[in-house]
Unconditional design. Sequence first.
Length: 261
Amino acid sequence: MNVRTIPCLSDNYAYVLVQDGHAVVIDPSEEGPVTVALGDPALGGLVLDAIWLTHHHWDHVGGVEGLLAEHPVPVVGSRYDLDQDRIIGQTVAVDDGATLPFGGMTARIHTVPGHTLGAVAIEIAGNLFTGDTLFAGGCGRVFEGTLPMMRASLAKLRALDPALRVWCGHEYTIKNLEFAEAMSAEAGVPEPAVSARLAEARAQRARGETTVGHPLADELATNPFLRWDAPAVRAAAARMGADPDDPDAVFAALRNAKDRW
Ligand SMILES: [Zn+2]
């Protein structure tokens, strides 16, 4: 299976999964760039099988209606979002552990409430689509859930196969890693892995490339929001007055600091 990253709006990413002439689109922020990708002559024109959504925010679902006009396909989102009736066009509700077929493969749904109460991550064929829950080097703001709920959701993702490639909803990587680097440096525990990844991300952006699609292992090594038990992150939280032995307190201190940063 091939994953095509489709830049949308100012810094969003939609994804088109391609297998044997068929496609699934994840989080079509807008219709135009996705339609261009589906019609790419290099791919011979793709048959769209379904639209899968990580959460209801407008910058992830804005292209659904336009795509449906051309492709009347199932629209998959969380049970919570269907119950709330807050995604126009949603036809399928998924719960934690639900599976979705595509091209002879099986996607698995992980519910990850926090950024929103209906947020899901989607795992398929060695890839993990995380929406606005887990970013490269960071995590989403906690809009609807609680901070412990968000940490529990990230703990769920952190326990998955470290070889999974992570595809997130926004290009926030440089800002996220700048925050991570500043936190650990101010705590007196500089982290070379974070600085190295930041340098790599800056180089990728300078070349006009995206920074997404890294293995989850890179997040485990450099993302402070998955590392509430790492010495640098615990030290940073302690510096902010949080109990470094309390993972929820460490996570909350970091997330609140990032909101203000
Ligand atoms: Zn969002």
